[in-house]
Design a protein around this ligand. Structure first.
Ligand SMILES: *Cc1c(COP(=O)(O)O)cnc(C)c1O
Length: 467
């Protein structure tokens, strides 16, 4: 079944074609690929111009509506958007701040967990609930997190009647603010579990659960990781609002995006294909620079992950990059299947000359090491008075090296107070949490510890089903 005219196909070509709601609920396609729209709708220049000055929610409705088809009625979709962003701490939702001539920061950290992931997670929480209510189904979302994704998911799904959420996080390896954001919500349908192990352990147990068909069926297992098409779509909106504020469609704009799993920057590529005049999308990586190396040399090769002060970008494989490869290879699913097989078997692949040229049409890249990141946090404070988080600093360092004549917008992906140690080490100033979160250090925590044991973890998840 599909929703209206908008259809989604897998990057690996052999999974069922789905409508918007099903593609969102399914997450990873059955052939291991990622869902992408069959065709990207173009937004005419006058419709882009008409976004100027609109409330964020109205702009979001207009930008996303063509992708949704008739999966939801207009009223349902408007209601979901309104509920998603009502809890944000800034009326503009994604305010643009000027740092210098032609240099801007897009603040994406005014959501409930202070990172850009709230933009997508809050919306898909509402959309999941709408879709489930219609079918009378109940699902269990299980996720593994190194910090930001888990807290955003718990915040987004807390209190929703037809969804349970269980987040696995590595015990002792997330920041105190991140942990408290996961352990202080009181709603019974969301739980965070501290697993003995590291992030890879959590991810491995998550994989085990998804590979157990009987368990998957019994608890209605679902995922909301960064490959979820619904998440990508929600992130397309702020590229429009920022570019229009700076003169689009009459003026070109470039963006620099602190990048890990390539979800956020891929949303920019969708905006560009819709007709938004984006000159360049700069991929900014920390010292885990597989994407920068790939853009520079054509060789995509995994290395061991090196911990950094921008942990949300510490990745070995960048999952959404598969979507960019699918585009760069002219939507040749067979080519994507070959590349992914080589990645699995040999730990890497080489992008063809034609595909590399296609990638470079859209994307540029750069990296910042740990010293450069700290120096950028300090220099930004000195020059502009703004405290930025380490992820944002990686972006600013790369943006500074790639300034053209057009405005450059760097995405500020998290609030500095989410990473206070790194910011304090660079500047001597400890960033403070916004007032609405100030009591998080006093709220009681609900800590659930679990061993690295699949049987125990499954029992924990079944417990709630029985309740
Ligand atoms: C998740 C995250 C990123 C990386 O985003 P991707 O969509 O995975 O590329 C960057 N910065 C912060 C603060 C994040 O939480």
């Amino acid at each position: 079944m599909t929703d209206g005219s908008m259809k989604y196909v897998s990057t690996r070509g052999s999974a069922p074609v789905l409508g918007f709601a099903e593609a969102m609920m399914t997450g990873l396609a059955r052939d291991g690929g990622l869902y992408v729209p069959e065709t990207v709708p173009v937004m005419p220049a006058d419709a882009i111009a008409a976004l100027a000055g609109l409330p964020y929610e109205e702009a979001a409705f207009r930008v996303m509506r063509p992708f949704v088809g008739d999966a939801f009625t207009e009223d349902e979709f408007r209601g979901a958007i309104a509920r998603a962003y009502a809890g944000f701490g800034h009326a503009a939702r994604a305010p643009l701040v000027q740092l210098g001539p032609n240099q801007f920061l897009l603040e994406l950290f005014h959501g409930p967990t202070l990172a850009f992931k709230d933009f997508a997670m809050q919306l898909i929480g509402q959309l999941f609930q709408l879709a489930l209510k219609r079918t009378g189904r109940r699902i269990t979302i299980v996720g593994a997190t190194s910090g930001d994704t888990g807290s955003a998911a718990i915040e987004a799904f807390r209190g929703l009647p037809d969804v349970d959420v269980v987040i696995l996080y590595p015990h002792g390896r997330v920041s105190e603010v991140q942990r408290r954001q996961m352990t202080t919500p009181v709603e019974g349908n969301v739980r965070a579990v501290a697993v003995d192990g590291d992030f890879d352990t959590c991810q491995a147990r998550l994989k085990d659960m998804f590979n157990d068909a009987a368990f998957r069926e019994a608890v209605g297992l679902a995922g909301v990781n960064s490959i979820n098409w619904g998440r990508v779509l929600a992130q397309v909106v702020y590229y429009f609002t920022a570019a229009v504020a700076l003169g689009a469609p009459h003026r070109e704009v470039s963006f620099t995006v602190p990048t890990g799993n390539f979800g956020d920057i891929y949303a920019g590529a969708i905006a560009r294909r819709m007709g938004l005049p984006i000159r360049r999308l700069m991929i900014a990586t920390n010292r885990n620079d597989i994407l920068h190396r790939c853009l520079a040399t054509g060789s995509y090769r995994t290395e061991a992950v090196k911990p950094s002060t921008s942990p949300s970008m510490d990745i070995q494989v960048s999952s959404n990059f598969e979507r960019a490869l699918f585009d760069a290879y002219g939507r040749d699913a067979a080519a994507v299947v070959r590349l992914m097989a080589a990645l699995k078997a040999e730990g890497g692949f080489t992008v063809s000359e034609g595909a590399l040229a296609a990638l470079r049409e859209v994307y540029g890249s750069g990296r910042a090491d740990e010293a450069e990141t700290a120096a950028t946090i300090a220099a930004t404070l000195k020059a502009t008075g703004e405290l930025v988080c380490p992820h944002t600093a990686v972006g600013l360092k790369v943006a500074a090296a790639h300034r053209g004549r057009e405005p450059m917008v760097t995405l500020a992906t998290a609030h500095p107070a989410k990473f206070p140690e790194a910011v304090a080490a660079a500047t001597g100033i400890r960033p403070v949490l916004p007032a609405r979160l100030a009591d998080i250090m006093e709220r009681p925590e609900r800590v659930i510890r679990a061993p690295d044991d699949i049987v125990a973890l499954k029992a924990l998840i079944r417990e709630r089903q029985a309740a």
